[in-house]
Design a binder for this molecule. Sequence first.
Ligand SMILES: N[C@@H](CCC(=O)N[C@@H](CS)C(=O)NCC(=O)O)C(=O)O
Length: 253
Amino acid sequence: MVKLKGLEEFIDVVWLHWVLGEKGWFFEEVDNSPAKDPYYGFKYLREFYFKADPSYDKRFTVPMLWDRKYETIVNNESSEIIRIFNTAFNDFLPADKAAIDVYPEDLRAEIDEMNEWVYNTVNNGVYKTGFASTQEAYDENVYPLFESLERLEKILSDGREFILGSKLSEADIRLFVTIIRFDAAYFTIFRCNIKMIRYGFPNLQNWLMHLYYDFPKVFKETTFLEQLKKGYATATQSAVVPAGPIPLMVSRD
Ligand SMILES: N[C@@H](CCC(=O)N[C@@H](CS)C(=O)NCC(=O)O)C(=O)O
């Protein structure tokens, strides 16, 4: 959203290390993470949460949107941060960027309806499948996940450019972040392995490649496949990173 709306001047994106440590997310001079956070010199994400509220006792999650002026957390819910970025800076943006609207009036009902099942069975579905500790819980989630992928595959079968037709919308952004991780991480590490996107869902694969390769600033350059693969491998019991898939992202050539 920062790249799509051209918010770099207002929003500084600071990356944490891809390892989820014992004290939660932390900064470390590895890949694109700095050794410490550039504003306070914090080592851990939790330090921001405690600065905002010393009695905070919930999870220390990313993404976390911090207000540098008021020195507090604005929001830590990705779906809400998408909506904030969609409009909050419009008055300060050039006309072409201000005009970008991923939640336009005419698509709101469709977006809301889609968010409901896509979130429950796909975005969160991969986690419910991956962290299932019983066969029953796994079965309860893996089949609805793949039913939804089939449903998305069918939606895209009329050759439309984006999930809801000819306009890039919130539905694409929310789905992209899960589908781009699918073959690289969820298929193996979360046992979401009925089919791979690249071999089993040609329309979803084409849609994914379209976003990734045709809007590189927004999607390709903000995706760190090697890092996320290592991150998911270490987040689940084992530090061993599976070798495949090779290539990690299918090339267009
Ligand atoms: N509602 C949040 C959930 C965020 C979330 O669970 N983030 C995970 C990483 S994908 C996290 O930071 N987990 C850290 C932890 O549970 O300690 C959102 O989607 O923005």
